[in-house]
Each structure stands twice: as C-alpha cells, then as structure tokens.
Design a protein around this ligand. Sequence first.
Ligand code: OAD
Length: 234
Amino acid sequence: MIGAARRLLESAERVVSFSGAGLSAESGLSTFRDAKEGIWAQYDPMTLASHEGFEADANLVIDWYAWRRRVLADAEPNPAHRALAGRSDVVHVTQNVDNLLARAGAERVIQVHGRLDTDRCDARCGFEEVIDLTEPPALRECPRCGERVRPDVVWFGEALPADVWASAERACAECDALLVIGTSAVVYPAAGLIGLAKAHGASIVIVNLEPSGASGLADVELLGPAGDIVPQIL
Ligand code: OAD
C-alpha cells in the first residue's frame, strides 16, 4: 500500500495536501476528538472556541488560547510537516490553526480555519497583529476601534474567510491527487473539499490513525501515524 501511494503521488502533476489535527498530534498538540488531557480537559473546545463562549467569559476564552499558544511555542514540526514542507510544488490546505507547516518551511499554506499566531479585531475593523506565541496577550481592546481583540481563528458558527476558502476550493478542484492527513473529515464545509477533489477526478490518498469520514473516497488508505507514513510516500 505504501508503494501504491508513492506511485500515485509520483505520477500526479498537481498534488494538494489536506490536513487536520492528526498531522500535529506527534508534535504534542491535542486533536479535537481524541481523549483530552491536562488542565483544560474539563473545558469543551466546542464551547470555548465560539462567540457565545467569548461573550459569556472573554477572559476564560483568551486564557485558553494563551495556553494553546504557549504549547504551540514549545512544539516542533514533526517528520510529516517536514516531508510536506519539502515539496515546494504542493499546495497545503489545512484545518489546523497551528503554524507548524510554516515553521517547517512550507510556503503555500492555506489555513481555512484561521491562524493561532495572529490576533484580529472582533468587529473586523481591519486591525490584525501577529503575536508572540511565548508571550500571548491578555484580553484587550482594539487599538483602532475600541472593540475587543480575539485570535484570528474561525469559531464554531462563524463563516470561513471567503478569500481563503475560495483558494482552498480552487486548489482542491484543480488537483489530480489529494493527500488527506490526520482528519476525521466530519466538519463541513472543510471536509467537503475531499469530495470536491474526487468529483474533479483527483485520486485520494488518506493517511490517518483510524478510518474516517473520508475512507469511502480513498483510492489508497494508510492507517498509522503521519510522522511515520508521510515521509515514506512523499
Ligand atoms: P479531529 O480531532 O476531529 O480528527 C483528528 C484525526 O487525526 C482523527 O481521525 C485521528 O484518528 C487522527 N490522528 C490522530 N493522531 C494521528 C497521527 N499521529 N497520525 C495520523 N492521524 C492521526 O481533528 P480534525 O479532523 O482536524 O474546527 O477536526 C476538524 C475540525 O474540527 C477542526 O479544524 C476544528 C474542529 O471543530 C474548527 O476549529 C473550526
């Protein structure tokens, strides 16, 4: 199966990678639907990563992101990030808000769910700022309009950034091989990109610890850790 995946990706002309939290799991970043651990285990990301959560307790939400930012500051790209970054011809569409692909050297990264390393004005006045992950800011007011500042990530119920989404759709519609890594493929519209690629004739290679919502679309499905498998097939 590893050979089949290698051959398929070698013969493709336009390869796109589509990744989820499983790509960064071996870097120590927790996924969304695997078992939770640590002090934040009792908090449900689905409530903290939401505007309702922010309205209810903005300090708690900002503290949660400050914790995630410090964890990300201490994390390192793993061999899967580095193997992907080594392919400058590949466009990397990711659901992940971490910056590990960029830190591994990947240039063409499309983050459909936003970026943990950046803050923006909650009222979208235009203010945005790359922050120091080692010293994440506390809850603060927008210096431009006085509204509150929050991480530049997509919260549940929020629309995906339209321009970013359009480039992700274009990349997945035009590719002839989609390498799907570390995603349960259950959150839409992002997960719909896999079916979009398939509908446009792309071959689908999946690398995941377990079967996922996209297994039925796979031409080749490799079950195991991304850090082991991805360097062998790229
Ligand atoms: P999930 O936590 O839903 O799925 C992670 C997938 O990665 C699971 O299928 C795991 O089996 C697999 N996995 C875990 N460790 C792995 C490893 N070392 N190697 C390979 N696979 C591994 O995370 P996502 O699919 O990314 O949305 O979740 C999608 C979206 O749901 C997230 O972007 C987030 C969440 O709601 C927003 O933040 C808007």
